[in-house]
Design a protein around this ligand. Structure first.
Ligand code: SAM
Length: 371
């Protein structure tokens, strides 16, 4: 039986701050905890060709599930306009995600449009994309030519039996590895490779993955281990399925000693380590066991244009309504509305996880808001 998953909507629109804040050029925008806005993740589709049990389980996202109709998605002009507004407010890094972003038709055209944007002081953006790698081998060169700077590829194991059980559509490891090689050949390296670790499901893949990426990719790939998170409400998350990063790191360091590296950017999600023998770099994203809300500078725009200020948010703010409203709004008005939301932001879910208040809130699904 199918359980319908309904994307969360503003219950009482327009509680979006209507006049917003007047935005002064060059003014420093921070939230209530002093965190600036630097990183914007844009979901370009809620569809995916995988059914990873921890993200879009087949029992829920079956043939009866209703994905968003095309005209409800932000179009490329709307996405680019919003991105320009966010860049004017301080965003320097744009990540395209989903769903599976490479399934969105003509995604290269969107990359081309976003690659033209510049920060107020004239710098290019750090323009990146997260993909499951399934069609990357075909698309890597076009993405690079369109202006994509780098890529993150998700891969949860090297053993086909384990990976296919997790993606639940029988997708082979070799095709994803071909995609990573194509990305490197196109000049999109170093490629970050994300592995979500679930205790008892794929933790036997930690050492084979580390060994493979050290031996075959070296400095060309950075393997990052992500703690299985309680995003959304459909994956049946349990704390006992989380393998803490400290344990993953202990297993790797027992085989190949590690030395710490400093963060390459403020608000970076991964703790970085290098193999002491020069075999490359690994990262650990400890979103469950070590909350990192303190310097979180990320905003997210969902597939149909809702602004979320936390991955674990229960409510979004309807930007599409402003873009498509009967009354045309200027970029300055959009900026003022976004600034109003950001300056009121107080989210710190990862730090509140486990409290009664956090447990009762509904949470948005990851494929909809983007990773
Ligand atoms: N389809 C793309 C992909 O596979 O990378 C982009 C979207 S996916 C939602 C983005 C990232 O979120 C992937 O690396 C995925 O493994 C991760 N992810 C999804 N659900 C997760 C969960 N419950 N805990 C940790 N990571 C999760």
């Amino acid at each position: 039986m199918s359980t319908r998953v309904i994307p969360l909507h503003d219950a009482d629109r327009p509680q979006f701050p209507p006049p917003g804040l007047p935005v002064r050029a060059g003014a420093r925008l921070v939230d209530t905890l002093g965190r600036p806005l630097r990183d914007l993740r844009i979901s370009v589709t809620d569809r995916c060709n995988f059914r990873c049990s921890y993200c879009m389980p087949k029992q829920v996202f079956d043939k009866h599930h209703q994905f968003l109709p095309h005209d409800e998605l932000l179009n490329f002009e709307e996405i680019t306009r919003l991105a320009r507004v966010f860049v004017g407010l301080g965003v320097e890094k744009l990540r395209i995600t989903g769903g599976e972003p490479l399934l969105r038709r003509h995604i290269e055209s969107l990359i081309d449009m976003l690659a033209q944007l510049r920060t107020p002081d004239g710098r290019e953006l750090d323009l990146t994309l997260t993909t499951n790698g399934s069609v990357l081998a075909k698309k890597a060169a076009a993405l690079k030519a369109a202006g994509l700077k780098r890529l993150t590829v998700s891969l949860d194991g090297l053993d086909d039996a384990v990976f296919q059980r997790m993606n639940d559509v029988g997708f082979p490891v070799a095709t994803v590895l071909d995609g990573i090689r194509a990305a490197l050949a196109a000049g999109l390296g170093p490629v970050k490779v994300n592995m979500v670790v679930q205790r008892g499901v794929n933790d036997d893949q930690i050492l084979p993955m580390a060994r493979h990426f050290r031996e075959h990719f070296g400095q060309g790939a950075v393997l990052r281990f992500i703690e299985y998170m309680d995003v959304g409400t459909t994956n049946g998350w349990r704390m006992d399925q989380v393998l803490p990063s400290a344990e993953v790191q202990r297993r790797i360091a027992a085989e190949w000693p590690l030395v710490p590296l400093s963060a390459s950017a403020p608000g970076e999600t991964a703790e970085r380590w290098a193999y002491a023998d020069g075999g490359g770099e690994v990262g650990f994203i400890s979103s469950v066991t070590q909350a990192f809300c303190g310097d979180c500078n990320r905003a997210r725009v969902s597939t149909e244009g809702r602004l979320y200020t936390c991955l674990f948010a229960h409510r979004g703010h309807d930007l599409r309504g402003l873009l498509r409203g009967a009354e045309p709004v200027s970029d300055a008005q959009l900026a003022s509305a976004v600034a109003g939301v950001w300056s009121g932001r107080a989210d710190r879910y990862s730090q509140l996880r486990g409290t009664a208040a956090a447990a009762t809130l509904p949470r948005v699904e990851m494929h909809y808001i983007g990773g």
